[in-house]
Design a binder for this molecule. Structure first.
Ligand SMILES: Cc1cc2nc3c(=O)[nH]c(=O)nc-3n(C[C@H](O)[C@H](O)[C@H](O)COP(=O)(O)O)c2cc1C
Length: 212
């Protein structure tokens, strides 16, 4: 994949999956509005090496490639079915293989599906802290959907469409602001053009004189 990307990752462990369809729907929308390349993956895509992997290098090539695409995405859409009030165990296992610094500053749109309304705050109480650990840039609007929000596997209720529009709008704002204000990797610098985002320090626009 070349150029800016949006990548979806769904923690469903069975197919067909409402969560996968939900994540895919959002990824398509983000891609269409922002002119991005798109990919969506789930647990089954990670293959046989994934469940027993203890480190990223234990993964087979296909799974490592997926992990790399997730780490290098310009925006990430994650989703999980609610299992016992949280994300699935294998969703967490995937992120246990990700380097703690790999998602720092990454825009992440949080989603989940569940069997009822009772666990709607999974997105705030389970998913957001996980991506907080990674110092990811989680978008303010996280989206939780239940069966009645779908018609033939497609998000259809007005409330969920409104909330999705809000979340996707936030993704567009972040994407446009990063492309306008951040210098690309390997931009000009005293080191001969090898500085990355992380090494560029922003100076305050206004300096304040302090008098005693
Ligand atoms: C083992 C298991 C545990 C579940 N636990 C919850 C739960 O705690 N809360 C909830 O709202 N739904 C729960 N559900 C329902 C699923 O979250 C719901 O059906 C989800 O949308 C399925 O998504 P999928 O089609 O992507 O697998 C559970 C389902 C399973 C199989």
């Amino acid at each position: 994949m070349s150029g800016p990307t949006v990548v979806g990752f769904s923690g469903n462990i069975t197919r067909p999956s409402k969560t996968y369809a939900f994540v895919e729907h959002i990824v398509r929308d983000v891609a269409r509005r922002n002119g991005l390349s798109a990919n969506v993956y789930d647990i089954a895509d990670l293959g046989a090496s994934f469940p027993a992997a203890r480190r990223a290098h234990d993964l087979e090539a296909t799974a490592r490639d997926i992990l790399e695409r997730i780490i290098s995405a310009d925006v990430l859409v994650v989703g999980s079915p609610t299992y016992k009030g949280s994300y699935t165990g294998l969703f967490k296992h995937f992120f246990d293989l990700v380097d703690p610094a790999a998602l720092r500053g990454k825009p992440v749109l949080l989603t989940a599906t569940g069997g009822g309304d009772r666990h709607a705050l999974i997105v705030e109480h389970q998913l957001r802290p996980l991506f907080g650990f990674f110092e990811a840039f989680t978008l303010p609007t996280a989206v939780y959907a239940v069966d009645r929000d779908f018609v033939e596997g497609i998000p259809a209720s007005q409330s969920i469409l409104d909330r999705l529009a809000q979340a996707v709008g936030e993704a567009s704002v972040v994407l446009s602001s990063t492309s306008k204000h951040l210098l690309p990797l390997n931009s000009i610098g005293p080191g001969g053009g090898t500085e990355s985002f992380a090494s560029i320090s922003l100076k305050p626009a206004v300096s304040i004189a302090v008098t005693e």
